[in-house]
Design a protein around this ligand. Structure first.
Ligand SMILES: [Fe+2]
Ligand SMILES: [Fe+2]
Length: 239
């Protein structure tokens, strides 16, 4: 039997928060931030995390116009258009920050991290209800709580663009996902489908997070698994 929509949103939110707790507890490693006085543009891990962030913002800008056409409700259309504008603004601001640092703004857009890109490929194929649950309620919620919150807590100056320009908008995108799930995922079949896809997204995100930590620590290099060199393997053994 289908759950009350509010209880179903609560269930999905708890699934997401369990994953956030695991990430923040270090189950998938820890991003190497919070311990340097060097300029951000001189720190490869800070540059990498900005280049990485361009990708989801640009993918959202690709995907959202297609998702918009599923709705005729004017208020929903306004909120989706507002998200489209904000994701476009985030991509522009992250790229501008990288260009000021004299770094390649598109390094991980044209050749993305494999694990980071695959979850967007997965979500792009989902039906309307499942997409909004996975992308906004689960995916953007994970990004906000597991990546943006630590950036603000540990290195607000190095991640000034994320903290001041990106973070204030992301809560609205999570809320849009929450409202759409409560409105659309009302049958037992829909809820089972959303639950199963949300579990996939959580697995994909936590796996991608582990890879991102390893790249930002300098332990592995390369965008696709086959191309990666394990830099420290000669001296430290397999990590
Ligand atoms: Fe964004
Ligand atoms: Fe967003």
């Amino acid at each position: 039997m289908a759950k009350d929509p509010r209880l179903f949103v609560k269930e999905l939110t708890e699934m997401r928060q369990d994953a956030v707790s695991d990430i923040l507890a270090g189950k998938y490693g820890r991003l190497p931030i919070g311990n340097s006085a060097a300029k951000p543009e001189d720190r490869p891990e800070i540059v990498f995390l900005h280049q990485l962030g361009v990708y989801p913002e640009m993918r959202e800008v690709d995907i959202l116009p297609r998702r918009l056409s599923a709705f005729s409700d004017v208020d929903l259309r306004y909120r989706i258009c507002q998200q489209l504008f904000e994701e476009s603004k985030h991509a522009k601001l992250l790229r501008e920050t990288l260009m000021v640092w004299n770094k390649d703004p598109d390094a991980l857009w044209y050749e993305p991290i494999y694990e980071w890109a695959c979850s967007f490929d997965f979500m792009d194929k989902l039906d309307t209800i499942t997409y909004w649950s996975c992308n906004n309620l689960i995916g953007e919620g994970l990004f906000l709580e597991a990546i943006l919150v630590p950036m603000k807590k540990f290195e607000p100056l190095a991640f000034r663009t994320y903290v001041e320009k990106v973070m204030p908008d992301e809560g609205k995108h999570v809320a849009l996902g929450r409202d759409l799930v409560a409105r659309l995922a009302i049958s037992d079949e829909d809820q089972m489908q959303v639950r199963a896809a949300s579990e996939v997204i959580i697995r994909q995100f936590t796996h991608a997070y582990r890879v991102i930590v390893q790249i930002s620590e300098g332990k592995i290099d390369g965008t696709i698994p086959e191309s990666r060199s394990y830099r420290f393997s000669a001296t430290k053994g397999a990590d």
